[in-house]
Design a protein around this ligand. Structure first.
Ligand SMILES: [Zn+2]
Length: 291
């Protein structure tokens, strides 16, 4: 990445994510873009992603019901992804976990026994999680926070928990800091997903196209911010590739698949819904309107 367009000293962006890989899939472009613009960006991940399925044979025995080493391994993947999103020649963005790495465990998909693990994020006390997140927010003092919607984007129990705990912690942190925080939830508008899907050509063997409605999206009119990340598209793809136990990127570097092998387009614009104010104006910059 060459040069910083408009340095923004004093600007801080905090992104809250459930598992390593979510940051790159949903917000890889904005992470890279705002880092390049001189914003102090922090990615706070709630779990190590211990219950993820592993793609391919090489690391297959790391999974929870075998070696149970996947979580530690995914710290390395997250480190590589954040490096890919970082600006050359400056401090690399590094992983940070709520409560410290390994404090709370990936709860697994809804209805699986892993949700019963006493260390699972869904078993933790909401008060304890909220207190930990309030401490993180007040220590970093961001002007902008990105989190998930009430469905957790696609219904994963840990994503829903990130949403719930974010919305408990943000009013407390805002009161302590004494200034408002712009709060956004990640979103994929239906029309942008459709355009991305139409652009997909031939897909690799073993992949399949999604059934109608199988990939999460929201009505276009809900979206209140669209951030152009075209310039950082290659960095975002490199970050996806870094999560190799979880994601396969197609040879043309425009689509990817998770372990379900459903092809998904990687979009050159990332979309958000602002939720800290009623009827927000449409924005193309998450820092718009700040003094
Ligand atoms: Zn996730």
């Amino acid at each position: 990445m060459n040069g910083i367009t408009e340095p923004r000293p004093g600007r801080r962006l905090l992104l809250l994510h459930a598992h390593p890989d979510d940051e790159s899939i949903q917000t890889g472009g904005v992470i890279a873009r705002y880092l390049a613009e001189g914003v102090d960006v922090r990615v706070l991940t709630f779990t190590l992603g211990e219950e993820g399925e592993v793609i391919g044979d090489r690391w297959a025995h790391l999974v929870a019901d075998e070696a149970d080493q996947l979580g530690g391994y995914r710290i390395a993947e997250l480190s590589a992804a954040l490096t890919a999103l970082s600006v050359r020649g400056r401090d690399l963005l590094t992983p940070r976990f709520l409560g410290g790495a390994g404090r709370w465990r990936d709860s697994g998909m809804a209805g699986t026994p892993s949700a019963e693990n006493p260390r699972a994020l869904v078993q933790a006390s909401a008060e304890e999680l909220t207190a930990a997140l309030v401490d993180e927010i007040t220590a970093f003092d961001p002007q902008v926070v990105v989190t998930y919607d009430a469905d957790g984007t696609y219904g994963h129990p840990d994503h829903i928990r990130v949403h719930e705990i974010s919305h408990r912690a943000l009013p407390i942190a805002t009161a302590r800091l004494g200034h408002p925080i712009k709060v956004y939830e990640t979103a994929t508008p239906a029309s942008a997903l459709a355009v991305g899907q139409l652009a997909i050509g031939e897909i690799p063997d073993g992949w399949r196209h999604p059934e109608p409605g199988e990939l999460a999206s929201c009505p276009d009119e809900l979206v209140t911010a669209a951030v152009d990340v075209t310039e950082f598209f290659e960095a975002k793809i490199d970050a996806l590739i870094a999560h190799a136990t979880q994601i396969v990127v197609a040879p043309d570097r425009t689509e990817f698949a998770l372990s379900n092998m459903i092809v998904q387009p990687s979009l050159p614009t990332e979309y958000f819904v602002r939720v800290d104010v009623a009827d927000p104006e449409f924005e193309t910059d998450l820092f718009a309107g700040l003094p």
